[in-house]
Design a protein around this ligand. Structure first.
Ligand code: URA
Length: 211
């Protein structure tokens, strides 16, 4: 069944860079660099509906009314630790956005999320929140993160991921049908350890060179 709030970003640059991330021989430094570039490209699509207003502008030749962002407040929230890999690129595109962090790890036995850190701006209810996590596997972590953001007052939330599993998309959509999801790819399925196939492996390990 199609997920009504899902946008798969099929731009050739996005797809090319995702393939570079998937390759197991891509080294750590290059992996970080490509994830940053890819996130920045995804940022264009995520911010497509930001409001503009006409403002008077003087060019070297004349005056006219030109579009400028109205100053809609933004907040980028990284689900640690792999979300940090997407944060750099998005932040370069949206330098005035506030930054939040949610520390959640997956219990390897139960695959359920355990929170160890939560810090977001106090005025989060006034901001469009872009939640960042490269992998949507079971969807439990992103689902828990959105619950916590809502408890903190967030009203307007978008989820940006690189690779989603169909199971994760369904679980997330069942819990939060009003949160739009932006992904670079929807892969085949999860393996018995909860990894996405074909996927790109453990995004955190590949970003930081751990195992
Ligand atoms: N988290 C990852 O980093 N990779 C997966 O494939 C699934 C969850």
């Amino acid at each position: 069944m199609p997920i009504p709030t899902l946008t798969v970003i099929d731009h050739p640059l996005v797809q090319h860079k995702l393939t570079l991330l998937r390759r197991k021989e891509t080294p750590t430094a290059r992996f970080q660099e490509v994830m940053r570039e890819l996130s920045q490209l995804m940022g264009y699509e995520l911010t497509r509906d930001l409001p503009l207003e006409e403002c008077p502008v003087e060019t070297p030749l004349t005056s006219f009314d030109a579009p400028l962002l109205t100053g809609k407040k933004l907040c980028l929230v990284s689900i640690m630790r792999a979300g940090q890999g997407m944060l750099d690129g998005m932040r370069a595109l949206l330098p005035s956005a506030r930054i939040g962090h949610i520390g959640l790890y997956r219990d390897q036995e139960t695959l359920t999320p355990v929170e160890y850190f939560f810090k977001v701006p106090e005025d989060i209810e006034e901001r469009l929140v872009i939640l960042l996590d490269p992998m949507l596997a079971t969807g439990h972590t992103a689902t828990a993160a959105v619950h916590r953001l809502r408890e903190a007052g967030a009203v307007s939330i978008k989820l940006a991921i690189l690779v989603a599993a169909p199971e994760g998309l369904r679980n997330f959509h069942d819990a939060h049908p009003d949160v739009p999801v932006y992904a670079a790819a929807v892969d085949s399925r999860l393996d018995e350890n909860g990894y996405i196939l074909p996927g790109l492996g453990d995004a955190g390990d590949r970003l930081y060179g751990t195992r």
